[in-house]
Ligand binder design. Structure first.
Ligand code: FE2
Length: 294
């Protein structure tokens, strides 16, 4: 059992700031939470989705807080829509901050996307245009969120099914510019890099090399569905061999970090989830130990 005594995160990223590398954790999902509470599986950290708890009290929230007593937690949201043009939702941010404080989450993340316009919301994570205007707009909002939460904030590269016209730079250049102007970190979703490679022909290694390694605060690994003409980011299947291969390349760039296995639909047994995490851990140890000894 790993204790939750992990160094609290600083409130500003800064040139030399790095988040603690926690190893390979898993997403905390409702079908498993009672067993996690009762059996205390050997997992170095859990990631929770704040939208599943922010508006709930009672048993659900108590279960999360119980897990927080024993494990380091990180928060990974899906509802912020950080690149949207509509004003930031301060009621949402206030509820998020309260949950972060209650759980002692080490950092918070959401997606580098937009999801709202003219007061209407989309459940999809929509792609931003790769333009300087979008960099400045999004970075300013990330700074505002990070300052409000008083916690390191990571944005996640999303999987996309179209690239908006008018791009002035590659996705890697866009992402790097946002990270540096916002002074925030990246949640590098390796499966999303693979999905975009297949769907758009973009070079996954160009994307990963564009990111300053010290800004990679966490990684995601997940499964997808390959339909031949399109690859769909489902989080509902085992990680595929092609993504494991890309994971090795990503770890060689990042060094020790925190890796989170996402499995959000067709959720398997806790045993199967931990088996998949163990596969990730074997690669993680292989790559990061080899880097240390070389
Ligand atoms: Fe992800």
């Amino acid at each position: 059992m790993t204790s939750p005594a992990v160094t609290p995160a600083a409130t500003a990223w800064g040139a030399n700031f790095e988040l603690p590398p926690l190893g390979v954790g898993v997403g905390l999902r409702r079908p498993h939470i009672e067993r996690v509470q009762a059996e205390h599986p050997d997992v170095p950290f859990f990631e929770f989705c704040p939208e599943n708890y922010m508006d709930r009290g009672g048993r659900s929230r108590r279960s999360l807080l119980d897990v927080a007593e024993r494990y380091p937690l990180v928060s990974h949201g899906v509802g912020l829509g950080i690149g949207s043009v509509d004003a930031l939702d301060h009621a949402y941010l206030t509820r998020l901050k309260r949950l972060i404080e209650e759980t002692g989450a080490l950092w918070a993340s959401d997606h580098l996307c937009w999801n709202r316009a003219d007061g209407r919301s989309s459940n999809d994570l929509l792609p931003l245009p790769f333009t300087a205007e979008a960099v400045h707009h999004t970075a300013a909002r990330i700074r505002e969120v990070q300052d409000f939460l008083e916690l390191p904030f990571l944005v996640e590269n999303i999987s996309t099914y179209t690239i908006l016209p008018g791009a002035e730079m590659t996705e890697g250049e866009f992402t790097r510019a946002v990270l540096e102007e916002a002074d925030c970190g990246l949640l590098l979703d390796v499966n999303n890099v693979y999905v975009n490679w297949r769907n758009h022909g973009t070079d996954p290694h160009e994307f990963m090399r564009a990111i300053p390694r010290e800004r990679i605060g966490q990684m995601h690994m997940a499964g997808h569905e390959d339909r031949g003409h399109v690859v769909v980011d489902t989080h509902g299947a085992p990680v595929r061999d092609e993504v494991w291969a890309l994971f090795r390349d990503a770890l060689a760039i990042s060094g020790p970090t925190s890796v989170l296995l996402e499995w959000d639909c067709n959720i398997p047994s806790l045993e199967r989830l931990l088996e998949e995490a163990a596969a990730a851990r074997a690669i993680y140890d292989d790559v990061t130990c080899a880097a240390v000894s070389s």
